[in-house]
Design a protein around this ligand. Sequence first.
Ligand SMILES: [Zn+2]
Length: 301
Amino acid sequence: MDTAEGRAARWVPASYGPLLLIFAHPDDETFTSAGTVAAAMALGIDAVAISATRGEGGKTGIPHLDTPDVLGAVREQELRAAMAIVGVRDIRFLDYRDSGMAGAPENADRHAFMRAPVQDVVSKLVPHVRAVQLSTVITFGPDGLYGHPDHVAIHRAATAAVHAAADPACLSGVFAPWRTPSLYYATIPRERMQRLVDRPDGPLRDLPRKQRDRLGTPAAAITTVIDVSPHREVKGRAIAAHRTQTGEGGPLSGMPEEHREAHLSREHFVRVRLPWDPAAPAPLGSDLLSDLAATRPTRPA
Ligand SMILES: [Zn+2]
């Protein structure tokens, strides 16, 4: 039977280790990668999600919710619910505080993630990278999608942790060194984000204009596009589980329909070259995300 799952099953070995999602806030992994995770899970490939914070620095406008401890507890449960919809049960936190948007008062909190020395974060991440024996790490790129200081911080720490985990001299004795087979930065095409920012009714309307030129990744620099449309319903439900973000009045409510449709159907990544990578392009069967990208799901007419 020539279905998406059938083709993927032929091309994607089930022997891949888990995906490891390393992000800053509950919802980062859902918005950028839930469809890809669902596609992997459908093939029996597990995933583990690490969030540096509990997203407690945001503002919902909902009475009694906007204190860091309450909001952090709520957003932790939202992440657990969203990932459960996709099939991910292993959720881990690094216990930093959400730094809030650049310039927010939360930036000054001494536990704010953006203030954590990168080496401290790397030391926390390396045991996870080694213990999970993962196949692919997904995190943010240097753009942090829209420059959020925590997104940029997790990009730096996760990238450094992938390198450090392979180094026998790093945290010697803490699990065996692990060479991450592939590292990807999750992103959204810059051109699409700019169209969203330009909409006066869009959820990014409050983003400073000077960030417009640095949003996401130019389409030409994206290496890997995964058609996640067979999993759009699951991804939609996972996004909806982040109710303090996507519920009425939340910061990401009111996504215009064409953007919502594009967001649910395609996920975009940049493959990052690692020192131990074999020559590109990765042959079929050697890299989970390029296998998934090579799968062309058949869609109903
Ligand atoms: Zn975030």
